[in-house]
Design a protein around this ligand. Structure first.
Ligand SMILES: NC(=O)c1ccc[n+]([C@@H]2O[C@H](COP(=O)([O-])OP(=O)(O)OC[C@H]3O[C@@H](n4cnc5c(N)ncnc54)[C@H](OP(=O)(O)O)[C@@H]3O)[C@@H](O)[C@H]2O)c1
Length: 314
């Protein structure tokens, strides 16, 4: 942790409250799930705390990513994730799975207002009119009547036209919060200068090998929440077997994946890991019963390679 009193992005009160909640949930859940799954790093199904966005909306600090989870598999994964305690579900038009995600939400049986659903407008739909249409299509596919968060997926095309459409939808109450993805600080500055509603979130590639310190500082200074996509770098560069992460994990009886997610959490970054396996869903939730010490946080900082692990997406 950065200091004794706060975890970045979560105020002290929220953290203490969520800490109590996590401990209680961890204790109760440990009793049942340990017996079910048997391995030490899969003991708990904890409840997930929230961060508060700059417009007052609460967003879970850990969510579920759905890239490549399509069709029946996608539907089942989303339903499983919700049944295990995930509340933030991240999709996008370009994933071509909004219908499956919507079906998974329905199958879970959970009340809509308990969820935090994110989708994103793709570059082909940039501009005012197209973004408005794309939003309606996303809602229809998801089977929902509002989104919690709608993002501009990439800073391409008529970004300001898209943003104006999103501002209008936000003001009409059709979206609880609006934000961006893959924006550099300069691009965000430019957008903010032409906006009446400030972006709440920037969803960017962030993991141990690409930590984005400049973006981190900029977003913090501007009270825009940093959200990590590919929090495991999809396992590239050997993240799941990385010697340093594994060694740190051993100290806490945790896996490299759990250390990675805990590192995001302690930096106040919202992370949205994706998995198709129930055991991994549980493992990835089980990060609230340990605290990485300052030395470990610094050691993880030293893993930064300062470059994307997804050059093909540049
Ligand atoms: N805004 C953007 O431009 C953008 C770009 C990329 C992604 N995203 C969002 O971010 C989400 C997450 O990123 P991602 O899907 O690219 O990758 P990721 O979450 O970094 O990694 C997913 C991979 O990790 C494996 N995995 C998950 N938990 C594991 C565990 N505990 N142990 C070992 N392996 C584990 C999964 O395999 P198994 O299925 O076998 O568990 C899967 O192959 C996406 O799903 C999407 O919602 C957004």
């Amino acid at each position: 942790m950065k200091d004794d009193h706060s975890i970045k992005g979560i105020n002290r009160r929220e953290f203490l409250q969520s800490g109590v909640k996590y401990s209680a949930a961890a204790f109760i859940a440990t009793l049942g799930v340990t017996r079910l799954l048997g391995t030490p790093h899969m003991q708990t199904v904890a409840s997930i705390g929230n961060v508060t966005l700059n417009n007052g909306i609460k967003m879970p600090i850990l969510g579920f990513g759905t890239l490549y989870l399509n069709g029946e598999v996608g539907e089942k994964c989303v339903a499983d994730a919700i049944s295990l305690g995930y509340r933030l579900i991240d999709t996008a038009t370009i994933y071509n799975n909004e219908a499956a995600v919507g079906a998974g939400i329905k199958r879970s049986g959970i009340a809509r207002e308990k969820l935090f659903v994110t989708s994103k407008v793709w570059v082909d739909d940039s501009g005012y009119e197209k973004t408005k249409r794309a939003f309606e299509t996303s809602l229809n596919k998801l089977g929902l009547d509002y989104l919690d968060l709608y993002l501009i997926h990439r800073p391409r095309g008529d970004v300001k036209g898209s943003w104006k459409a999103m501002e209008d939808l936000y003001k009409e109450g059709r979206i609880k919060a609006i934000g961006v993805s893959n924006f550099e600080p300069e691009q965000l500055r430019d957008l903010m200068a032409a906006s009446t509603v400030k972006p709440t979130v920037n969803q960017i590639e962030t993991h141990a090998f690409f930590q984005q310190p400049e973006a981190y500082t900029f977003l913090e200074q501007n009270n825009i929440k940093m959200e990590a996509w590919s929090p495991f770098a999809q396992g590239r560069n050997g993240l799941f077997t990385n010697e340093t992460l594994t060694k740190i994990g051993k100290k806490y009886n945790k896996t490299s994946a759990q250390v990675s997610l805990r590192w995001h959490y302690q930096r106040g970054i919202v992370a949205i890991p994706r998995t198709s396996q129930k055991a991994h869903m549980i493992e990835n939730l089980n990060i609230f019963d340990f605290v990485l010490g300052e030395a470990d946080m610094n050691t993880i900082s030293s893993l930064d390679l300062h470059t994307t692990q997804f050059p093909e997406w540049e």
